[in-house]
Design a protein around this ligand. Structure first.
Ligand SMILES: *[C@@H]1O[C@H](CO)[C@@H](O)[C@H](O)[C@H]1NC(C)=O
Ligand SMILES: *[C@@H]1O[C@H](CO)[C@@H](O)[C@H](O)[C@H]1NC(C)=O
Ligand SMILES: *[C@@H]1O[C@H](CO)[C@@H](O)[C@H](O)[C@H]1NC(C)=O
Ligand SMILES: *[C@@H]1O[C@H](CO)[C@@H](O)[C@H](O)[C@H]1NC(C)=O
Ligand SMILES: *[C@@H]1O[C@H](CO)[C@@H](O)[C@H](O)[C@H]1NC(C)=O
Length: 760
């Protein structure tokens, strides 16, 4: 859903959009308009030393004499981890000419990619000195690398009081123009944005001469993952409390790859560097604009290189929901995170002239808004047939009499804050924004410039019915502050959260998991209300991803030897699927969510720290899987960075990967058998019994149905056969269920694998 997509992005762009033209074009635009940044992939000659790579890359550049710009300014990034190759400024002719050079593999123009909490630790079951935080040492010793927009290094969330130094293996650095230094919380900060002639050697935040200093997305995500506790964090007094990251003792390293826009060449360089520096986890709240094959998707490529080095990778699923098959960052070696709500609302209640009350949200909660009488309502969509007026776009209300009135704006594709500015500029007294049908009950608490409330689609219908029922409709808004546990069922899917099934790999269930992503408070670059510490409330899968990165850091701290796949398995098999009222987690329409909406469910931090069994995957196990996707040996080789033979070992279908969930497409009469191997990480001498909740229309048989383990780290395999039943009437084209391994005894381990079926 595009309107929300803009939330995470436009909060960044608002102040910059008009003034900042992207530097790729800025510096030499007049003479060299043909130059674009190409990502060039080459073959590494046998025996070439790592230190000689860059020099060798320069041999692919055009002859210096015929060059438009000197060759030393051509190479933007020199890669060595994720791919063998470089990013360089070239004309199409020059790129073409390179094809003749020996060792050349491919060249393409870099692509744009998109950027897609006082309270959330408690919602995730984390409290001071007990349970999850205590047993995981608050994430101590773990370094989370964030690929993002930079960081406000002097924000109180990144102070290092009581933090130990980073582990000795840390090789990262801080590039703050020599002026600013890192500390034990923020242990690294590097920049990968090309600025005309040279990469900018500074993290832009706080420096006065760089135009993208106001991109606070990266501060927000870093604060969610690992911010240290800051008391009295709030905006306009709302969501007040101690703001803390999910892993408050983990270290943060920022790799700035985005400013107003992001390009995948910079992203690749950032991941390359993070791998060198020795991060333990990567948190990437950025995605391609649409799903790509994995060999063509730099985040998938970078993440593969990362997991080969034992680095866990968590990514946002995308903000293109609620539509099917919109999920991105869907490679099986990535944790793909969707967004759901928390049970907090910042309530702004609309009271109509007929006394009907509609509960919406607004972060701005003015104390001095007490009109003597209900205000007259004006509904621009009913007066003007111009769509810009219906959504209260800038400049659209100047011929409409909104003075002193309460203005009704449709949601459309526009930020609520911007609608509010237009209403205020034209003398409107207040604003009500109601959702389009697709966004249902997902409402945003935004920092409006006037009294306002964002209400659901259903409440919008009530409002519209009221408008046609009376000649002179009126309303007022009252502000109820921050309420816990009163809102819609929670967790509930946020409408914008991208949905499965995965287009690239239908044999893997995506998204994997959901976590808090709606109206999340975290660190910000400036104080929105000019009164308190700089925090802001924003929404997106950009916000849910770092929650899961924080959870992964806690698991890594508790179990330093676990592989990325084992950590993911722990998160997926312990997720919960019922909301706080005990009903199935619902969608933005308040109907039960499917497995393609919510994946395995909502993260359960405590259980994820102690899952009993894990489904582990070695990096090489992905090779038969990748071959099975129909990729050529060359394409697979590009991902795994070594020669592969797709006939040995035999290819496997996606659902045969040792993944902690099952996803398959079943045609008439189909029967599929898959094997899984579980590793005992719970207790020695334990016994597990399988229990299946079969999808409607599918018979599921597990062999054996009892598994016994003697020692810790013992492995055991089982097979599971899925048979499509033709004699059962199905109510849906998708089927969902689960396969659970329950331990016998007091441990109460419950290892749940979600089953997703598409019938064709
Ligand atoms: C926020 O909470 C703290 C501690 O409970 C309290 O002292 C402070 O006054 C609160 N601030 C606001 C703006 O409500
Ligand atoms: C609608 O209003 C906008 C803003 O005032 C204006 O730019 C646009 O031309 C109008 N469109 C039509 C079709 O009149
Ligand atoms: C949403 O669904 C729940 C459970 O079915 C129900 O109790 C609640 O009233 C519904 N909320 C709305 C606003 O329809
Ligand atoms: C790949 O493996 C198959 C089966 O072992 C073998 O026949 C084939 O020659 C191998 N291909 C290459 C290029 O090595
Ligand atoms: C459907 O067919 C399966 C296998 O052929 C059989 O085991 C099952 O009892 C049948 N179910 C019904 C409702 O007839």
């Amino acid at each position: 859903m595009k309107a929300f997509f803009l939330i995470s992005l436009t909060l960044i762009t608002t102040s910059l959009f008009t003034t900042f033209s992207f530097s790729h074009e800025a510096s030499e635009a007049s003479v060299k308009t043909d130059l674009e940044t190409y990502i060039v992939v080459v073959e590494k000659p046998d025996g070439l030393l790592e230190s000689k790579l860059h020099d060798w890359y320069t041999t692919f550049l055009p002859e210096a004499t015929s060059s438009l710009i000197p060759n030393q300014q051509r190479i933007v990034h020199s890669y060595h981890n994720v791919i063998t190759g470089f990013a360089a400024k070239l004309t199409p002719q020059e790129a073409k000419a390179m094809e003749l050079k020996e060792g050349f593999i491919s060249a393409r123009v870099e692509r744009p990619v998109s950027l897609h909490t006082t309270f959330t630790p408690k919602f995730l079951g984390l409290q001071q000195n007990v349970g999850g935080w205590k047993s995981s040492h608050y994430g101590e010793g773990v370094i989370i690398g964030l690929i993002d927009t930079g960081i406000k290094h002097d924000h109180p969330s990144f102070f290092d009081k009581g933090m130990p130094p980073p582990p000795a293996k840390w090789r990262g650095r801080c590039d703050f123009n020599g002026k600013r230094t890192c500390n034990n919380k923020l242990v690294g900060a590097r920049n990968f944005i090309w600025d005309g002639d040279a990469p900018v050697e500074a993290i832009p935040h706080g420096s006065t001469d760089l135009p993208w200093e106001e991109a606070y997305h990266g501060s927000h995500t870093s604060g969610i993952a690992a911010g240290c506790p800051v008391e009295g964090a709030n905006v306009f007094g709302q969501a007040n409390g101690t703001a803390t990251g999910i892993a408050p003792r983990a270290h943060v390293a920022m790799y700035k790859a985005c400013a107003v826009s992001c390009y995948d060449g910079d992203l690749l360089a950032a991941i390359d560097a993070a791998i060198d520096d020795g991060v333990d986890l990567l948190s990437i709240s950025i995605g391609p604009e649409s799903p790509f094959p994995f060999y063509y998707d730099v985040i998938a490529l970078g993440a593969f290189r990362a997991i080969q080095k034992g680095i866990f990778v968590s990514c946002s699923a995308g903000n293109d929901g609620p539509y099917p098959s919109t999920v991105t960052n869907d490679a099986p070696w990535i944790l793909t995170v969707g967004a759901s709500t928390i049970d907090r609302e910042i309530r702004a209640t609309v009271k109509l002239g007929n006394n009907v009350e509609l509960h919406g949200q607004s972060l701005f909660q003015p104390k001095d808004f007490h009109p003597r009488q209900p205000l007259p309502i004006v509904h621009p969509a009913a007066i003007s047939n111009n769509e810009s007026a219906a959504v209260c776009e800038k400049g659209s209300l100047k011929n409409i009499d909104v003075k002193g009135k309460i203005v009704i704006c449709h949601m459309g594709q526009l930020r609520i804050e911007d609608k509010g500015k237009e209403v205020k500029d034209n003398g409107g007294a207040a604003m009500i924004v109601f959702n389009e049908q697709d966004d249902g009950y997902t409402t945003l608490a935004t920092a409006n410039v006037l009294p306002a409330s964002h209400i659901s689609y259903k409440d919008g219908l009530v409002l519209k019915n009221y408008l046609i029922s009376t000649q002179s409709p009126t309303a007022t808004i009252s502000f109820q502050g921050t309420l816990i546990g009163k809102s819609q069922p929670a967790p509930q899917m946020a409408s914008f959260s991208s949905r499965g099934p995965s287009t690239q790999s239908p044999g893997i269930l995506k998204p994997d998991i959901v976590g808090p992503g709606l109206n999340i408070l975290s660190a910000w670059g400036v104080s929105i209300d000019e009164a308190t510490n700089p925090f802001n409330v924003i929404s997106g899968t950009s916000m849910s991803c770092p929650h899961l990165s924080g959870v992964a850091a806690l698991i890594k701290s508790a179990h330093p030897d676990w592989s990325p796949a084992a950590i993911k398995s722990a998160i997926l098999t312990t997720a919960y699927t019922a909301d706080l009222n005990g009903n199935p987690i619902s969608t933005e329409q308040n109907v039960s969510a499917t497995v393609f909406d919510r994946g395995s469910g909502h993260v359960h931090t405590l259980r994820a720290l102690n899952p009993g069994l894990v489904y582990d995957i070695e990096p090489d196990d992905y090779i038969p899987y990748l071959c099975g996707l129909g990729y050529s040996e060359q394409q697979v080789r590009y991902i795994v960075q070594r020669k592969v033979n797709c006939s040995t070992p035999t290819l496997i279908p996606g659902a045969q990967l040792n993944y902690p969930t099952f996803s398959m497409v079943l045609g008439a009469g189909d029967q599929m058998t898959y094997t899984r191997t579980v590793t005992n990480v719970g207790r020695p001498f334990s016994t597990y019994i399988s229990k299946v909740l079969s999808p409607q229309g599918v018979a599921v048989k597990v062999m054996p149905s009892v598994i016994r383990f003697k020692d810790l780290n013992d492995k055991a395999s089982y097979t599971v056969t899925f048979t499509r039943l033709e004699n059962v009437t199905r109510s849906s084209i998708i089927g969902q269920g689960s396969l659970v391994w329950n331990s016998i005894g007091d441990d109460g381990y419950k290892v749940v694998s979600t089953i997703a079926v598409v019938f064709v």
